[in-house]
Design a protein. Structure first.
Lengths: 136, 136
């Protein structure tokens, strides 16, 4: 795909950091679904190819959105955790959820989630954030 | 690129409709910058290829985000206009602007725009919407 020049435009910046389809789905898995491991990401219903998954995880780490650390329970495996830069995307993700729920005829967003997204957004964001500790 | 299955997930739906990089930049041009013509889209700094532009405009129309109409001032040319489905993306676009402005060291978002996005969002959304008439 042709490279998009970054020229101070917020959309070019956002697209460069998380605008790739797979990057966004991995961020969804981490931030919204609380997934932490390579295996959990692989198991997502979109069936991301392992080479794409490895590439996008490395890019998300390089761009400061996630950290990779040794799993204290299993030193041979790794845990991925969101950084502030990823948690600050929660409002973008919530707006996308609300928009899709309005227009997608087979939307799977639970009604109660949608109600909170619209009426108690600050609380919902806090609850999602509180699911992560020691964020850097 | 491997097809992402749509399974009721709001992110898959959103990615399918406007998640392509070029589609999002065209929506930016239409909704935020008020561009209306093929020539104006071609002139954007990202230098979209004409075949990609034609393809994405057709997809945005097919997905119900924009309408194409004959220019009343010049019957040989066309005007593109956002539909409600595109205008309802304004909150997503604004959240992306706020996020990029926070993290992009060379962000080009004017401070006053950012202040309004944070403090007077309802008014800003209304002002953007009011720039379009006869939206269907």
């Amino acid at each position: 795909m042709k490279k998009i020049e970054h020229v101070g435009c917020p959309f070019n910046y956002a697209l460069g950091v998380f605008g790739d389809k797979w990057s966004l789905l991995i961020l969804r898995d981490i931030v919204i679904y609380g997934k932490k491991t390579y295996t959990e990401f692989s198991d997502s219903r979109e069936c991301i190819a392992t080479n794409v998954l490895a590439d996008r995880l490395a890019k998300l780490e390089e761009n400061g959105l996630i950290t990779k650390m040794k799993d204290p329970q299993n030193r041979r495996s790794y845990l991925y955790q969101p950084r502030e830069k990823a948690l600050d995307l929660i409002p973008v993700l919530i707006e996308m959820i609300c928009w899709s729920a309005k227009y997608d005829e087979i939307s799977g967003v639970p009604k109660e989630y949608l109600r909170r997204a619209n009426e108690e957004r600050t609380g919902l964001i806090k609850e999602i954030r509180d699911g992560f500790t020691n964020v850097v």
